[in-house]
Write a protein that binds this ligand. Structure first.
Ligand code: SF4
Length: 436
């Protein structure tokens, strides 16, 4: 009888990439992949630990799976188990616990367990994670855009972040493996590649090569069929002059950078252990804008970090407006157990909510301002495979990260089409007209 496996992914693009690669391994071995809400023989939860809430959700999802199919094998793998293996092992409904490496072995361990054999499930300490584990994407559920993982781990230890304990030190994927995967994906019709990593800009740094990401980007320009490349998120301090040149001169690189700011106050940045000051961040943005016209700069901001005051929050609001981000992802700070910031004096939760609301209002206005700059212009839009469920229009992104709604037939899905940006729909969408 064909065995059924179901997967659930929490967290970031790196986790999504890894789940897709593990699904390929299960498919190759004859498993049928079913929705997580259906009955299955094996449930795999690729967990996240970035907040206490993500960990709680992981536990809840795993428990529900066991209740649905009591005879099934439920496995939790990934960041949560890596950072808190003992906590996860205590959950009665979980049969198999694996950390954030060895994901290629999930199938083997599952099979051994189903066959009634003892399985070594000891999670290695994060400092012992030494090699980049190569997983490969073979098929994709969505061919419009594909995440390609190039790096794992982080050595930065920002004071609020649990990731270095969950992913271990920086390990980079071999350039030739990345190029082979990108070629394979473009042959399958993928138009846009998003280079992802736990700490993308640290690519190659464990070998002392600070130019490694720029070198990789240069190599990608030689792949003829590749239409678009986006970087998932990068520290401003890690963008060198060569990278700026490539983004400005080579059409395949989207003029869009996600630079996590986190705070507009030097006092808070220092407490967060971020590697730049407000002045340095502003200088990077100014240089980028000089060299890359129409660059979209998006960001993350953590609101209500320990020590935040009216003054530091106002500094953040002012800086966010001054820079004029195309979009701000607002993260209300919540203490992550196991991090230094969790030991600091915490703000009142209501204040954190209030600050977050205020910044979200500013963000909506910034997004509208950003859209307005491009009204009347012609832009290429990569049409997504799924229609917008509210309007039933086709959706897609421009290279500079405007989300566009257009009327058109299904055959345009996964195509790059020329569109005139006509009017604002709301702060998240712009209405466009396809140019015949
Ligand atoms: S750079 Fe900082 S925020 Fe990003 S993963 Fe590393 S520790 Fe976390």
């Amino acid at each position: 009888m064909i065995k059924k496996a179901a997967f659930y992914t929490l967290g970031c693009k790196v986790n999504q990439y890894e789940t897709e690669a593990v699904i390929d391994i299960f498919l190759d071995s004859g498993y049928q992949i079913v929705d997580f809400s259906e009955e299955a023989d094996v449930y795999i939860v690729n967990s996240c630990t970035v907040t206490n809430e993500a960990a709680r959700k992981t536990r809840q999802i795993a428990r529900r799976a066991k209740r649905r199919s009591p005879g099934s094998l439920v496995a939790i793998v990934g960041c949560y188990t890596q950072a808190f293996p003992d906590e996860v092992s205590e959950i009665e409904e979980i049969d198999l616990v694996m950390g954030s490496n060895n994901k290629a072995k999930i199938l083997d361990k599952t099979e051994e367990m189903l066959a009634g054999r003892d399985v070594d499930t000891k999670v290695k300490e994060y400092k012992q994670l030494r090699d980049y584990e190569d997983l490969n994407l073979k098929r994709l559920s969505n061919t419009t855009r594909a995440n390609v993982k190039i790096e794992d781990g982080c050595n930065q230890f920002c004071s609020y972040c649990i990731i270095p304990y969950a992913r271990g030190p920086v390990r980079s994927r071999k350039k030739e493996d990345i190029v082979a995967e990108v070629k394979k994906l473009t042959k399958q019709g993928v138009k846009e590649i998003i280079l992802t990593g736990t700490h993308l800009g640290a690519y190659g740094s464990e070998k002392g090569n600070s130019q490694a990401l720029t070198e990789l980007m240069q190599i990608l320009t030689e792949i003829d069929e590749l239409q678009r490349v986006r970087l998932s998120s990068i520290e401003g301090t890690e963008i060198d002059s060569g990278m700026m040149d490539l983004i400005s001169k080579e059409d395949i690189f989207c003029p869009h950078l996600h630079l996590p700011l986190q705070s507009g106050s030097d006092k808070i940045l220092k407490a967060m252990k971020r590697p730049y000051s407000v002045k340095e961040f502003k200088e990077t943005v100014a240089e980028l804008r000089k060299r890359i016209p129409n660059l979209a700069i998006t960001t993350d901001v953590i609101v209500g970090f320990p020590g935040e005051t009216e003054t530091t929050f106002k500094e953040t609001l002012d800086l966010v407006k001054e820079i004029g981000f195309a979009k701000v992802h607002v993260f209300p700070y919540s203490a992550r157990e196991g991090t230094p910031a969790a030991e600091m004096e915490q703000l009142n939760g209501n204040l954190v909510t209030e600050y977050s609301k205020e910044l979200r209002v500013v963000n909506e206005a910034l997004m509208l301002d950003y859209q307005k700059k491009f009204l009347g212009e012609k832009k290429e839009v990569l049409i997504e495979e799924v229609r917008d469920h509210q309007t039933n229009l086709l959706t897609g992104y421009t290279d500079n990260y405007l989300k566009v709604l257009v009327d058109g037939p299904d055959k345009l899905k996964n195509e790059l089409v020329e569109v005139k940006l006509a009017e604002t729909f709301d702060s998240y969408h712009i209405l466009g007209k396809i140019i015949d």
